[in-house]
Design a protein around this ligand. Sequence first.
Ligand code: ATP
Ligand code: MG
Length: 721
Amino acid sequence: MDVSYLLDGLNDHQRAAVSAPEQNMLVLAGAGSGKTRVLTHRIAYLMQVQQIPTYGILAVTFTNKAAKEMRGRIADICPQQIGSMWIGTFHGIAHRLLRLHHQEAKLPEQFQIIDSDDQQKMVKRIIKSLGLDEKYYPPKELQWYINDKKDEGLRSKHIDPGYSLQDKHRLQVYQAYESACQLAGLVDFAELLLRAHELLLENPALLLHYQQRFKHVLVDEFQDTNKLQYAWLTLLTDNDNYLTIVGDDDQSIYGWRGADIENIQRFLKEKQSPVTIRLEQNYRSTGNILKASNQLIQNNNDRLGKELWTSGEDGEPISIYSAFNDYDEVRYVTSQLQTWERAGNKLSECAILYRSNAQSRLFEEQLMAQQIPYHIYGGQRFFDRLEIKDSIAYLRLMNNHQDDAAFERIVNKPKRKIGNTSLDKIRSCAREQGYTLWQASQYLIENNLLSPAAKSSLNGFITLINRFKEETSELPLFQIVDHITQHSGLVAMFEAEKGEKSRSRIENLQELVSATKAFVVPEEEQEMDELTAFLAYAALESGDNQADEFEDAVQLMTMHAAKGLEFPQVFIVGVEEGMFPGQQSATDDTRLAEERRLCYVGLTRAMTKLTLCHAESRRLYGQEKFHAPSRFISELPEENIEYIRLKTQVRRAQPTFEKPKLSITQDIQGFKLGQQVRHAKFGEGTITAQEGSGENSRLQVHFAGVGSKWLMTTYARLEVI
Ligand code: ATP
Ligand code: MG
């Protein structure tokens, strides 16, 4: 078979990695050197040349976005169908294993994933039920404690209670949390991984099956794996099969979450005859960007060490913009975006990167005011919105009555006169009898242990959920969701609340119906029923899909979220002492080194133009703060940078950005609610809402098949039909 198309266009080192014999392999290289490209070509090569079937490959990445991209890239270069190939995030793959083998994993068939928010509520309830004081045992801290232990592979039974009372209590909470989750069939994110590891460890036949099935396990961004993920990977590849890892120690940015750079060393020590391939040519960035990034990262100790070079041009120097204040910073960036666009370039080629999500707000306001379309990654996920979680809790409780987290959420939502006294009774009954909340409710009702009024309300709730289940058992998913939205009383509840917020909540509920309508069970997850697959999707989807993928929009995200991505033009904003590195990192060498790696990740996202901004003053938590430029700026070589500063001082203007106002009667630029319109990409739709006024106005349009979209009125070029 002629596979030269897989090898042409690669350099010698890349080619060596792609066409290497079957072996354990480490590809260690700096940013932009083609690691991800090597990984996808390697998979295609293994299939073409070594005849590894689609099901013989497992590819793991860190974000859903990366997994989706990888699937696309492999599909582009492989003649065979790869829809059923296992490509996913650690969490996604672990979840699939647990679904397929829920019995061996000792989970009920309808087990559900809980998010961090639900987890915290569970922990809080347990702290209370054990009679502990939240002041000394803050739920958030205990949540971290539990997740931390799980990431290390430790269950409560593995932990020595120690002598201090506090340690004993923490352990008690962990223990009680474990039993409560087990009883309710709930699995948190850390548990997904731990369970999947135990599943293989405790079921040798199953382990053997997967070891024989997956001839090659390949992992991108390996530097960010934690202990448990490493253990899981090595267990899975401990039998005549191979592990290929790709990574860059300089880009390890999840140490704070337990990621362990040492895993690279461990791999080299523990795996059989591992081969290391280094890539040194960078194809992404101009000489200036590359030299500056190399120089910056050299300030860290304990690096595995590597040099990157490029045969490309030096390009423009890195711009350092010193803003007078945060408004000036935002204004500068937007003006640069406009210049870029006027020059005929695409906005989607630009990214604004920041240290923390909160920094996006000012940018959002200004971009909206200037009518520059933008997309934010990692803001609040659609599925994290309150009303969506409420609605999904109904689905979850129907699907699994024992789901305590869902029960707590909706038992009195909308209000059905089940007050705290009754709830406390249910909770303590559950604790004493070892029941779930659902079982405890039934018990209390049957044994007449509640006041008549409470009994009747609770009975009403139980009957409602049972009735929903019966009424919807034959319906397709989107009709189930529609039925629940209509009959749960949620819509009525939000309608009664009135106001802008509740209107948008109702729209979101409608959007959920559209989302379920558009939902297709992925090919590799056909074993799950539609509802189960959707619930898992809602829990695991990381917000990547919110993007209006067709629209040409500036990308806003944290530097963490930008890992692995590249953009022709990048702005890194808030590059100040106290922000980046943050105050607490400045005095701690380990944390400072990780911040520097994060900066390296940020710098190396840029292909042709990079701008770093810092503001001399900015408003933070309601106070004016004065920050010096970040030490990271001073670590860049002078010859690769240029300073930009406006000649005239810009005064702190009072924020003039207009808040979008909701208006339903306004006739904006010739459009009205309910009007039929046509959009060049989305086709025909109906205007369902308007927001803002004048140049800031946006329209929400519901497109058949595509769902609802918010569009800038002047930008969208809608045609009335
Ligand atoms: P990161 O560390 O940021 O994840 P990476 O090492 O995974 O980076 P890639 O994203 O695979 O790097 O590649 C960076 C860019 O260089 C991509 O646009 C890729 O298509 C391009 N590239 C990689 N190898 C070559 C090559 N041999 N010839 C031309 N372009 C290449
Ligand atoms: Mg990569």
